[in-house]
Write a protein that binds this ligand. Structure first.
Ligand code: C2E
Ligand code: MG
Ligand code: MG
Ligand code: MG
Length: 279
């Protein structure tokens, strides 16, 4: 990450920094090669509507299967791709693949795509989205974009203009990982969000921490008042799901329902979840 490297002057003299730098270079060239070969895959994780207990949306999550290292976490390679200038083309590929996948699902299901701040700052974003929708035939209202708050920390006006433009295309915008970083309520007021995804740290505390429950209640209540959907991330237990129900959360996502699965397994997953009594 840029910030970690910012202190590079000191770290340069640390004994392990040389090998770390070499590792990073290696990973960079592997990433470049992987992109050239399109060695990526999209996995999909269902998001459940609390009222109907049915899948309403699936989030696309990028996977890179490294020949030696196995699956590399997007938490590792996305920042690298951002620094290398690869995130824009990779992100366009993700958009296009995600829209194409959604076209094979029942029409009531949406697809959610994560956007990097770098993509949001890129002038070609709206065109790329329009092109993906046109090429695949996906209706704009079936696409959701997830962005984290880091996007809003600088260049507020430009970001706002971009988000307004995207909204005008008819798609939905979600604030991802709410509460994890420098969450500001002002951002919720200023930007046109349709949905707030409550960071999984709060979900994790449900069932045993009264503070977590209070925070979730406050966020879901605020979403309700502001006309936004609230989605709890990282739901792993029935107890958490019950608590979310009590606190008025509108959507849930997490391993309790399913881990992210490859595109080819989505149909079977939807069958399983439609039959399962997820209560
Ligand atoms: P995110 O958008 O907040 O995605 C949720 C992450 O939580 C995913 O990790 C998902 O696999 C994981 N998760 C879901 N349910 C549970 C659960 O019940 N328990 C636990 N412990 N974890 C759960 P993943 O797939 O490793 O992705 C990590 C992050 O990488 C994402 O966080 C997102 O910020 C980023 N990312 C993933 N795909 C893309 C992409 O295509 N483009 C961009 N720009 N970023 C991406
Ligand atoms: Mg996300
Ligand atoms: Mg998230
Ligand atoms: Mg995250």
């Amino acid at each position: 990450r840029a910030k970690a490297d910012g202190s590079g002057c000191l770290r340069f003299f640390e004994p392990e920094s040389d090998s770390r730098m070499r590792q990073r270079r290696a990973l960079e060239s592997d990433l470049r090669r992987a992109w050239a070969a399109r060695d990526f895959e999209l996995f999909f994780q269902p998001i459940i509507d609390m009222k109907t207990r049915r899948v309403s949306c699936l989030e696309a999550l990028l996977r890179w299967n490294h020949p030696d290292r196995g699956s590399v976490s997007p938490e590792t390679f996305i920042p690298l791709a951002e620094e290398m200038g690869l995130i824009v083309p990779i992100g366009e590929w993700v958009l296009s693949e995600a829209c194409a996948a959604a076209m094979t699902w029942p029409e009531n299901l949406r697809v959610a795509v994560n956007l990097s701040p770098v993509q949001l700052a890129h002038i070609g974003l709206a065109e790329a989205i329009t092109a993906s929708l046109a090429r695949t035939g996906l209706a704009a209202d079936r696409l959701e974009l997830e962005i984290t708050e880091t996007v809003m920390m600088k260049e507020t006006r430009a970001t706002l203009a971009t988000l307004e433009r995207l909204k005008a295309l008819g798609l939905r915008i979600a604030m991802d990982d709410f509460g994890a970083g420098y969450s500001s309520l002002r951002n919720l007021q200023r930007f046109p969000f349709d949905k707030v995804k409550i960071d999984r740290a709060f979900t994790a505390g449900l069932g045993h921490s009264r503070q977590s429950a209070a925070i979730v209640r406050a966020v879901t209540g605020m979403c309700l008042s502001l006309g936004m959907v609230s989605t709890a991330e990282g739901v792993e237990t029935e107890a958490q799901l019950d608590a979310l129900d009590r606190e008025g959360c509108t959507e849930a996502q997490g391993y309790l329902f399913s881990k992210p699965v490859p595109a080819k397994d989505v149909a079977a997953l939807l069958d399983r979840l439609a039959c399962a009594d997820v209560t």
